[in-house]
Design a protein around this ligand. Structure first.
Ligand SMILES: [Zn+2]
Ligand SMILES: [Zn+2]
Length: 203
């Protein structure tokens, strides 16, 4: 499988290509930018089968409708708790709306953690690979350690890679992740460091 960071820092989006399907994890904050970033990286919007939205913040949902305008043949995974106006707009756009609440299998080796967090609800994407679990996080509002623990609990497997926004990232969190046996981390977006736009990870 392959991950390509499409959008980092002023929003987050990652292109996920697996044997089962091609998925867009979040859509950044601006659709024009998202599409031009894809073009720059030679990635075709038409190849995307599904879009996974981690949480209802604009820097993760902002590119969605421009993307759907370009390719309406997608399933869009959102949380049941997302604003109903947002969900209605997706339905009206012609894409397939799928509402997630509990942890669920999306396809072959792709899973959602289900809805986590108290105030800001968020789901993370879990990809079960031969190397271990690959987890993509949007902003990690429920806490990146909570998300990692949930994924381990659900799949009883080691985390090979944790990638995405970590919201807060410090030594304590790094140590906790280490104790959980997380092998690799790539903090992006709101983690407060670096720009990963265009970086590709083959797993
Ligand atoms: Zn964010
Ligand atoms: Zn957020």
């Amino acid at each position: 499988m392959k991950l390509v960071i499409l959008y980092d820092n002023g929003g987050f989006s990652c292109f996920v290509k697996t044997d089962a399907e091609t998925l867009l994890f979040d859509t950044g904050c601006d659709g024009k930018k998202l599409l031009s970033n894809m073009e720059f990286l030679n990635l075709m919007p038409e190849d995307v089968d599904a879009i996974f939205i981690s949480h209802a913040h604009f820097d993760h949902t902002g590119g969605l409708f421009d993307f759907i305008e370009r390719n309406p043949n997608v399933r869009v995974y959102v949380l049941k708790s997302f604003p109903s106006a947002f969900k209605t707009k997706i339905k009206e756009s012609g894409a397939d709306l799928i509402e997630v609440e509990k942890p669920v299998k999306l396809n072959k080796n792709l899973y959602s953690t289900g809805e986590l967090g108290a105030r800001i609800k968020e789901q993370s994407l879990i990809i079960d690979t031969p190397k271990g679990l690959v987890i993509l996080t949007g902003c990690s509002h429920p806490g990146v350690v909570t998300i990692a623990k949930k994924a381990i609990e659900l799949h009883n497997k080691q985390i090979y890679l944790l990638i995405g926004g970590f919201h807060i990232f410090n030594n304590t969190i790094a140590n906790e992740l280490k104790l959980l046996g997380v092998k690799n981390i790539i903090p992006c977006h709101c983690s407060g460091m670096g720009h990963h736009f265009g970086e590709t990870f083959e797993i």
